[in-house]
Design a protein around this ligand. Structure first.
Ligand SMILES: Nc1nc2c(ncn2[C@@H]2O[C@H](COP(=O)(O)OP(=O)(O)OP(=O)(O)O)[C@@H](O)[C@H]2O)c(=O)[nH]1
Ligand SMILES: [Mg+2]
Length: 288
């Protein structure tokens, strides 16, 4: 992988990312010292165990054939250590072997939306370092400023049969965030039925969203998915949506920084507790 500028090796990128994750002020300094660049963020989300890591791994290798590609895998944080499990890295054998793909694991730090606040800095740094396609794997959807929706230009929602992934029982809101739907594990019974149900629901809600079947172990359907992603990104660029997303990402990055400052600097403060109590009371949550 050839990168130009200050962070020209994978090791330099890794070291800078560690600094960025640990120190917000340093993060700003590093990022502001680099010129802005255009890049795409592709979110991969969906049910636990649906094959997100295996699929992302395959996609990243395909993407690396003609674009500089990075993968950020968000692992659920261990509640005890705050660290990340190694699981996703292990399931990204192809990318970790593929020198052209840069892979980074990040802890989610217990955020409901599944993303660590420093994800915005991580992605912006990777973009400015020369990566064109940045895949971000995360579990599920929450309702916070760190949600994948606010970060990614395009969200791939991965489902699989046999996981209790019945469309009716799916977490509220999850169907809304997918720009491309994937029913992975097409080799397992029930995959095409699940895809048909998803299609029917999307049609009912008047959306024309692609629904694809894949097997991320054999690779079946993944070239097609890769093409759909590429075409969708080009469409988004033509219609000005990428620009819109970039502005939205910047806004959420800022909101998140403010939120972090409040959390870190004022969490202990009696005043903040008073304010939170007031807001809770107003929302009626304290009384029930
Ligand atoms: N049969 C079959 N198994 C698959 C397929 N894709 C992934 N798997 C297997 O499903 C299991 C989960 O795959 P992962 O890629 O770790 O799934 P994930 O969604 O990233 O899981 P979490 O990050 O833990 O939520 C692994 O044992 C994979 O080998 C597929 O297309 N078919
Ligand atoms: Mg995973």
């Amino acid at each position: 992988m050839k990168l130009k500028g200050l962070y020209s090796s994978q090791l330099d990128v890794s070291k800078a990312l560690t600094e960025i994750e640990n120190d917000r002020t340093k993060a700003d300094r590093i990022i502001n010292s680099m010129p802005e660049r255009e890049y795409f963020v592709i979110g991969v989300t969906g049910s636990p165990g649906s094959g997100k890591s295996t699929l992302t791994d395959y996609l990243a290798s395909l993407s690396a054939e003609n674009s500089r590609t990075a993968v950020v895998a968000i692992d659920p944080s261990s509640p005890f250590t705050g660290g990340a499990f190694l699981g996703d890295r292990i399931r990204m054998k192809r990318s970790t072997r593929d020198e052209r793909v840069f892979v980074r694991s990040m802890a989610s730090r217990g955020n409901v939306g599944g993303l660590s606040p420093s994800i915005y800095d991580t992605v912006e740094f990777l973009g400015r370092s020369g990566f064109d396609n940045i895949f971000v794997e995360t579990v599920g959807a929450g309702q916070s400023e760190t949600d994948i929706e606010n970060l990614a230009d395009l969200v791939i929602l991965v489902l699989a049969p046999g996981l209790g992934d019945d469309v009716q029982t799916m977490k509220a809101g999850i169907m809304e965030i997918g720009d491309v739907f994937v029913v992975n594990k097409m080799d397992i019974a029930g995959a095409s039925q699940l895809a048909a149900r998803v299609k029917a629901i999307l049609e009912m809600s008047g959306k024309s969203i692609p629904v694809l079947l894949t097997n991320s172990i054999s690779g079946a359907g993944i070239e097609e998915l890769h093409t759909v992603i590429g075409d969708s990104l080009v469409d988004l660029q033509k219609t000005g949506k990428i620009e819109e997303m970039r502005n939205r990402r910047t806004l959420y990055h800022k909101l998140n920084s403010v939120y972090q400052i409040i959390k870190e600097d004022f969490a202990e403060s009696v005043k903040l507790e008073g304010l939170l109590r007031y807001l809770l009371e107003k929302s009626g949550r304290l009384s029930n």
